[in-house]
Ligand binder design. Structure first.
Ligand code: PGA
Length: 236
């Protein structure tokens, strides 16, 4: 694992954007695995600026998002589909048909999970997976639990996550309790992984993920098994 510490969120985001940009430049039809959350917002802005300046072309890029809430229609501004459209896809020349987010409104969620894994496989897997990390060590919505979940699956958000995410909603009662998340198999099969995190509260969990035992109680610790992980961290 490579670990880089930055003095600011801006510098961390610039490095993350440059790594994603390098991937797109190397392989114009690459498959990007993408996160939501507050951490990647600046990275996405910088990528959109690169596109506007003519430095980056998303025309053939394909994307698969890590997760989506269950029970929130994609048109709702709280959905991760809306987040991605607003923060990245609407701001670059990506073909929206080449962007994929799990369908949290599917009538058959189990079938949707299978479809999502098959889709990722049909794209040839992920070239670069950008990850955030939760305060509890989750990646995607793979929450701490007694075992790692291999496949895309529907999970119950933990109380920690509900507390951490209430800031995005008017009231904690509005935070969805379930989500579909990509499982560890697709994440670990990504050819390159870049994990981004900022804020002091994440320092401890990042240390546990990098230096502690590999355990499903710290889901990000499984990244120790991957040969090409870069962690970009800023305290502020
Ligand atoms: P954040 O969320 O970027 O809003 O901190 C990260 C996560 O929970 O995965």
């Amino acid at each position: 694992m490579k670990y880089y510490s930055f003095e600011s969120y801006e510098k961390m985001s610039a490095k993350a954007a440059s790594m994603v940009a390098a991937q797109i430049t190397l392989k114009e039809n690459c498959v990007l695995g993408l996160p939501t959350g507050s951490t990647p917002i600046r990275t996405y802005e910088i990528l959109a600026d690169m596109y506007k300046n003519g430095a980056l072309d998303f025309a053939q890029v394909q994307t698969v998002n890590l997760d989506e809430y269950c029970g929130i229609p994609k048109e709702n501004e709280q959905s991760y589909r809306s987040f991605m459209n607003h923060n990245l896809f609407d701001n670059v020349n990506i073909n929206i048909d080449n962007t994929n987010v799990p369908n949290g409104m599917a009538s058959d969620i189990a079938a949707e999970c299978i479809r999502y894994d098959e889709l990722i496989d049909s794209l040839g897997g992920i070239d670069l997976q950008l990850l955030g990390i939760g305060n509890n060590g989750h990646i995607g919505f793979n929450e701490p639990s007694r075992q790692f979940s291999k496949d895309t699956n529907c999970i119950d958000l933990t109380e920690d996550t509900i507390q951490a995410y209430k800031r995005f909603f008017n009231d904690i009662s509005e935070v969805p309790r379930k989500a579909i998340t990509m499982g560890m198999r697709s994440i670990l099969h990504a050819r390159k992984i870049v994990l981004i995190a900022n804020s002091l509260v994440k320092e401890k969990i990042i240390r546990a993920a990098i230096e502690g035992p590999i355990t499903p109680l710290v889901p990000a610790s499984i990244l120790q098994l991957h040969p090409d992980v870069t962690i970009l961290y800023s305290k502020k």
